[in-house]
Design a protein around this ligand. Structure first.
Ligand SMILES: Cc1cc2nc3c(=O)[nH]c(=O)nc-3n(C[C@H](O)[C@H](O)[C@H](O)COP(=O)(O)OP(=O)(O)OC[C@H]3O[C@@H](n4cnc5c(N)ncnc54)[C@H](O)[C@@H]3O)c2cc1C
Length: 596
């Protein structure tokens, strides 16, 4: 009897739902639907306006940096640019460069060597996240009829949160993409977008859950929870909505930092699959509703991003020749990888590529900074040796891209083992390179440049050094003092970049502009620590960052740019010193963390 009653009420409830959904909208429902639609558009508009405002702010800085660079061509001392601007230096010290609380930002919080809890956002990032959270809370709450009946209020909250969750998928998808056009436009790095993606994702999940509960709780209280359960099973509209919300919740549950960092590839594949499932079910759930348009926009953006990646991979790697990777295992668990690419492509300092090595990592891709790029003569056998001058001129040249890779525990570990086991001959395998990505920072307008690198972080800095030394000789950059500080554990690690450094040290007018300071933290004996020249010096132990930056500030020419790439502790130390120096010196701080 109970079951019959349940079935009758269920049939009534589900058909009523469908009728309610499609035909019987009261004037107040139509009003709130219009309001929801407006608010959804305001969300996109507000984010667009924020991006536009940032673009204008950033454009003014780029313009002034460009003027600074131009003026340096006729002014070697660049005195005008040495002193700090009061307001900007305050903003940089207390907001843009500041860690959230004291000094810790990039140093990971590790419970053990395997459990990485991630990093704390910077103060500026925290402002951005707070802004997004506040905007969503405000838009979910405004115009809701708090004085009306519980049922009416729940209905408005349900539709509002559902609409907001859907419209937020548009920025959520944009932020997740490697090809996010805002990276190049706003010069905001991918790791910042990734952070915003994570926070917006959390908001979407909370909105989706609020949407479900705002429907289920009043219904459960009115008709009983069994009826609610049966209704969910009996209506495809309700069921697909529930599955989509559950899939969103699953995305949240499997994404915390320790899981992401410990099982990155598994996380990525699951994330992709669950996101696809949630969107599929959401599509059916929203059939015929206005919010389906937002979902469509999100799906199109996702498809466009994926298609762009595929086209880039095909274009870069497939032609008459294909891309190969030659891997040399190096001391200190590192590898030098030389890619011979199918088509030539040019790189700017600070750019990275995604590397696919199917024989080791299947279809997975890993980001690596480009350490060096060159052209080499493609004459590997005797038959192709040049006989005449025209042979020499028309000889095919092969573009090479070199990477320096540290062995970790996944794909890089397998690759290292294969290279180490290849009996002294470098291992050559088929590879695919996707890119270039990044390059949002230029050091061309700084009279004084300091580059701090820890371990393989040097690979990020070598192209900057090469570019600045060449630019100094050609008179195309402002740099007059370039100091490279590299912290390594053993002198053996110098081998990692020996061929590149040999070329840099032989560059025209290098001695006038470049100084290299090597700090060896674990030398086996003091004899290993020998400075080859006055411009290339070697020291035992760790550097005193404050002293090094202080020395450069005392002799500062023009504005000073400090770039760091190393472990989180090094970045935090350099950031702390750079913040302290803001009041007295025009000093910009930039970091690359090799992580997100
Ligand atoms: C912009 C950028 C540039 C980088 N450049 C270099 C470089 O020049 N040299 C270098 O040695 N390392 C670089 N890295 C780090 C490098 O990508 C990882 O060490 C590498 O992907 C680890 O692969 P694995 O399978 O051995 O990782 P695991 O041992 O499984 O994981 C080690 C760490 O790498 C992270 N990781 C794993 N796979 C990826 C991935 N596909 N994308 C992003 N992070 C991942 C994990 O979250 C984890 O924190 C860079 C990272 C970024 C984000």
């Amino acid at each position: 009897m109970q079951l019959i009653l349940l079935a009758i009420s269920l049939a009534g409830l589900t058909s009523a739902m469908d009728i309610e959904k499609r035909y019987s909208k009261s004037s107040s429902e139509m009003y709130y639907e219009a309001v929801n639609d407006d608010l959804a558009r305001y969300t996109v508009l507000a984010l667009g306006c924020a991006a536009a405002a940032y673009y204008i702010w950033h454009l003014s800085f780029r313009f002034s940096a460009h003027l600074r660079r131009l003026s340096s061509f006729s002014d070697d001392r660049q005195r005008y640019f040495v002193s700090a601007h009061d307001t900007f230096s305050w903003v940089k010290e207390h907001i843009i460069y500041a860690a959230l609380f004291r000094t810790r930002h990039n140093q990971e919080m590790q419970l053990s060597s395997a459990i990485n809890m991630g990093t704390l956002p910077s103060r500026f990032h925290a402002f951005l996240v707070t802004g997004i959270v506040a905007m969503n809370v405000a838009l979910c709450c405004v115009t809701t009829p708090y004085g009306s009946t519980e049922k009416t209020l729940a209905g408005v909250v349900r539709n509002r949160t559902g609409t907001m969750a859907t419209v937020n998928l548009i920025p959520l998808i944009i932020m997740a993409g490697r090809n996010n056009p805002l990276i190049a436009m706003l010069h905001v790095p991918f790791d910042t977008w990734n952070l915003l993606h994570r926070w917006l994702g959390r908001i979407v999940v909370l909105e989706a859950l609020a949407h479900v509960f705002a429907w289920a709780i009043p219904k459960g209280q009115e008709k009983g929870w069994k009826v609610v359960a049966m209704a969910l099973g009996g209506s495809s509209f309700l069921f697909t909505g529930l599955v989509a919300a559950a899939a969103f919740a699953a995305l949240l549950v499997h994404s915390p930092s320790p899981i992401r960092h410990a099982f990155y590839e598994t996380f990525l594949h699951l994330h992709f699959a669950i996101a696809a499932v949630s969107m599929g079910f959401l599509w059916v759930h929203l059939n015929g509703l206005a919010a389906q348009t937002y979902l469509l926009a999100a799906i199109i953006l996702w498809a466009l991003e994926r298609t762009t990646r595929l086209l880039v991979i095909l274009y870069r790697n497939c032609g008459r020749k294909s891309t190969t990777a030659t891997i040399e295992a190096m001391p200190g668990d590192a590898m030098r990888i030389t890619l011979r690419v199918a088509r030539p492509w040019s790189f700017r300092p600070g750019q990275h590529i995604y590397l696919y090595i199917p024989s080791v990592g299947w279809w997975t891709s890993h980001p690596f900074s480009v350490g060096w790029s060159d052209t080499e003569d493609n004459m590997s056998d005797e038959k192709s040796l040049p006989l005449t001058k025209s042979d020499l001129l028309s000889a095919p040249q092969k573009e090479t891209i070199s990477l320096l890779v540290r062995r970790r525990t996944g794909m890089t570990d397998k690759l290292f083992q294969r290279a180490a086991n290849s009996m002294g001959t470098p291992l050559t395998v088929r590879a695919f390179a996707e890119g270039p990505y990044g390059n949002i920072h230029t050091m061309d307008s700084y009279g004084t440049v300091m580059l701090f690198a820890g371990g393989v972080g040097i690979t990020h800095h070598v192209p900057f050094v090469r570019h600045l030394v060449a630019g100094f000789a050609d008179g195309t950059v402002a740099a007059r003092r370039v100091t490279l500080v590299w912290i390594i554990q053993s002198p053996e690690h110098l081998e990692w970049i020996r061929p590149w450094m040999t070329k840099i040290l032989a560059m025209d007018r290098r001695r006038e502009v470049l100084r290299i300071m090597l700090f060896v933290t674990r030398p086996r004996n003091t004899k290993e620590i020998q400075s080859p020249s006055a411009t290339v010096q070697m020291f035992p132990g760790r550097p005193n960052i404050d002293t090094l930056i202080g020395m450069e500030v005392e002799n500062q020419i023009g504005a000073m740019g400090v770039l760091v790439c190393g472990n989180g502790g090094l970045s935090d130390d350099v950031r702390k010193v750079c913040r302290r120096r803001q009041a007295h010196s025009n000093l910009d701080y930039v970091e690359e963390s090799f992580s997100w």
